[in-house]
Design a protein around this ligand. Structure first.
Ligand code: SAM
Ligand code: SF4
Length: 487
């Protein structure tokens, strides 16, 4: 690959000057005193205050730390019920009754790091390691295209063999894989933090969203859970998405791994992260927030014994508070969660779900479920078709739309469109069009029967008559065999 040694590669990853410029007298924006103070002073919030904050959220205004802290401290079940409903309403106002669907594609599980909760950590001798060749990438992508997928999140361990050049090559290969009418139209990436220069390489080859989860925002816990390796550097990770924005990758995804530390603290951390990105990048915050919860992993006892594991009720609450706090950010709810949890939590305002997921390396092409190749164990094993049928029953249309990215509607531009509410004239029509394609090309007869009525219902619900007519004409063209039509 390159002439430098393994250790040199590790030593050269972190570029201190790309972090120092963001620090304020050595301090980052996760001000723990401020978080703890906000959580403490906003204890036992009055009903009237909570209702004022909920009303502000419903007007689609981003909340301030004290307001989010008050919601997190709510002890009143009646108010929680109101928050669940408002979460749904916010989602409907900003995103419509649509859910964006994608599949995770695990590409390499070699890793130099030692995250105590992860099955891929370097010390875990029970994990079978593999890195996909380009032919294997193509086979995996082809299997996903044949299910009907249009969006991927490609996932990598951190290792010299899967450096940025390898990642870029796999991304190009994924975009170039065509099967019949099908192809992947957007590839997002979840990988280790990179330098600005490396992120520019990924921008050049068409990365969608770049995701990096901070895991825990709590400094001391972070240090304990990432005892060595590149990932031990909290600041390199914390500013990874600032660097992505600098590199022109303007859709970024943040997240916290719930179960590592107090969930209320982590929600405050996500909010402060959002605010800092907004402040530094002209009002553009993260495109998505992910809310993974720790799942069991092979030979990884920490996943069951952490004292901060989050129960289902608290999980629903934390997702709701995030929804109310940052109305313009998508929320990703992964198949880590059991189907019944997903069906419940989706109603409080999630926007993206993976489906038909297999997180074993090489799992799609070989149709194999092998725990020793997985980072953790999934809770929801529904196929894409089953998931779509269930979403249909709940009144959600599944969107495979990737038009925003392909028309350059990302970052600031995407935020402005979203904030002006125009998304209903673009995203709902495109959801209808891509859903129609899915039903024609991939759906089972049962799903087709369940879902066809939704297309008509949502078409009739489009508020703008001209848009409605245009979409109606495009649906006829799709019936006649055209594909990839969007506004
Ligand atoms: N290796 C890169 C990194 O750590 O940033 C890429 C992503 S890692 C393969 C994907 C994410 O999985 C991690 O950021 C972490 O939040 C999550 N994860 C790790 N172990 C997990 C577990 N046991 N249960 C649930 N999620 C886990
Ligand atoms: Fe490696 Fe990422 Fe797993 Fe940590 S979470 S061990 S960095 S794959």
């Amino acid at each position: 690959m390159q002439s430098i040694s393994y250790q040199e590669w590790i030593d050269n990853i972190i570029k201190p000057d790309q972090v120092a410029k963001y620090l304020n007298q050595g301090q980052d924006f996760i001000n723990e005193e401020l978080i703890n103070e906000a959580l403490l002073t906003n204890r036992n919030p009055a009903k009237t205050r909570l209702r004022e904050i909920i009303a502000k959220a419903l007007e689609l205004q981003r909340l301030e730390p004290d307001e989010t802290a008050a919601l997190l401290n709510c002890q009143d079940e009646e108010i929680w019920q109101e928050m669940y409903q408002v979460g749904y309403q916010i989602k409907e106002k900003v995103y419509g009754r649509r859910i964006v669907t994608f599949a995770p594609l695990y590409v390499s599980n070699h890793c130099v790091n030692s995250c105590v909760y992860c099955g891929f950590r370097s010390e875990n001798g029970e994990t079978i390691r593999h890195q996909l060749s380009m032919e294997e990438v193509e086979a995996e992508v082809a299997a996903l295209v044949q299910q009907g997928h249009k969006r991927l999140i490609m996932v990598y361990g951190e290792h010299p063999a899967s450096d940025v050049h390898y990642i870029a090559e796999t991304l190009v290969r994924a975009y170039n894989t065509k099967v019949g009418n099908g192809e992947i139209r957007r590839v997002n990436i979840n990988a280790a933090p990179m330098s600005v220069e490396d992120l520019e390489i990924l921008r050049e080859v068409g990365i969608g969203t770049f995701q990096v989860f901070q895991e825990t925002y709590h400094h001391k816990s972070y240090q304990r859970l990432h005892p060595k390796g590149i990932k031990a550097n909290y600041h390199w990770r914390l500013y990874s998405l600032h660097r992505a924005m600098e590199a022109g990758v303007d859709d970024v995804g943040i997240g916290a791994l719930f179960g590592l530390y107090d969930w209320q603290f982590e929600v405050m951390g996500l909010l402060l992260h959002t605010i800092d990105l907004e402040q530094k990048f002209g009002g553009v915050g993260p495109h998505t927030i992910s809310v993974p919860r720790i799942e069991p992993a092979v030979n990884t006892p920490f996943t069951q014994k952490s004292r901060y594991l989050v129960d289902d009720d608290s999980f629903k609450k934390l997702v709701t508070v995030i929804r109310l706090s940052v109305p313009y950010t998508g929320i990703i709810l992964t198949a880590r969660e059991r189907a019944e949890v997903r069906n419940e939590v989706i109603k409080v305002g999630c926007t993206q779900l993976d489906a038909g997921s297999n997180i074993g390396i090489g799992g799609y092409a070989h149709d194999r479920l092998d725990y020793n190749r997985q980072q953790f164990i999934l809770g929801d094993n529904r196929s894409l078709d089953e998931m779509i049928r269930d979403l249909t029953k709940m009144g959600f249309i599944t969107s495979f739309c990737t038009a925003d990215y392909r028309c350059g509607r990302t970052g600031e531009c995407f935020m402005n469109i979203t904030k002006q509410g125009k998304i209903h004239n673009l995203c709902m029509p495109n959801a209808i069009l891509t859903f129609k394609e899915y039903l024609l090309d991939y759906a089972s007869p049962e799903t087709k029967a369940e879902a066809s009525y939704l297309i008509n219902k949502e078409l009739m619900a489009l508020p703008n008559e001209q848009v409605r007519e245009k979409v109606s004409g495009m649906l006829e063209r799709i019936e006649a065999g055209e594909r990839d039509l969007f506004l």
